[in-house]
Design a protein around this ligand. Structure first.
Ligand SMILES: [Zn+2]
Length: 143
């Protein structure tokens, strides 16, 4: 167990130390502050996702109990979620196209009826999304 923790920790630390070093060489000319922060977050994301993959692998190999696997995975997922959120914030602020696309899709969502419905694939009747079966014909509703 301790070995695994050390392994994860050291690979994460190593990644965090080494990757920016490599990165600096490549992007020396185009060193824009926002870009760098974004790159850094991307790197962080890669590291975390890599760690999750490693964790799943260890678990598959039987080196990790279900409980430990679940717990560590949850922690890593939470960390990944934070990074993804930060990336999204940067992207939405920077990428005007994405912003506009988002605005448009938000508008389209708003213009839809207030209560979303699931239409039956066999009779076309509108059903509340909580329904598993069509109220009209009893067919199973796809989600
Ligand atoms: Zn139906």
């Amino acid at each position: 167990m301790i070995y695994l923790f050390c392994g994860i920790l050291s690979s994460a630390v190593l990644g965090a130390i080494c990757i920016p070093l490599f990165k600096k060489e490549n992007t020396l000319e185009s060193a824009i502050i926002e870009e760098t922060e974004w790159d850094l977050l991307q790197r962080k994301k890669e590291v975390i996702l890599g760690n999750i993959q490693d964790l799943d692998f260890e678990h598959k190999c039987g080196k990790l109990s279900d409980e430990d696997h679940q717990r560590i995975r949850n922690e890593m997922s939470a960390e990944a979620a934070v990074v993804l959120q930060e990336i999204e914030t940067i992207e939405s602020a920077k990428d005007l196209d994405a912003l506009i696309r988002r605005e448009i899709s938000a508008r389209q969502t708003r213009s839809k009826p207030a209560s979303p419905t699931t239409s039956c694939s066999s009779c076309g009747a509108s059903n509340p999304p909580s329904n598993k079966f069509c109220a009209e014909c009893g067919a199973r509703l796809k989600r």
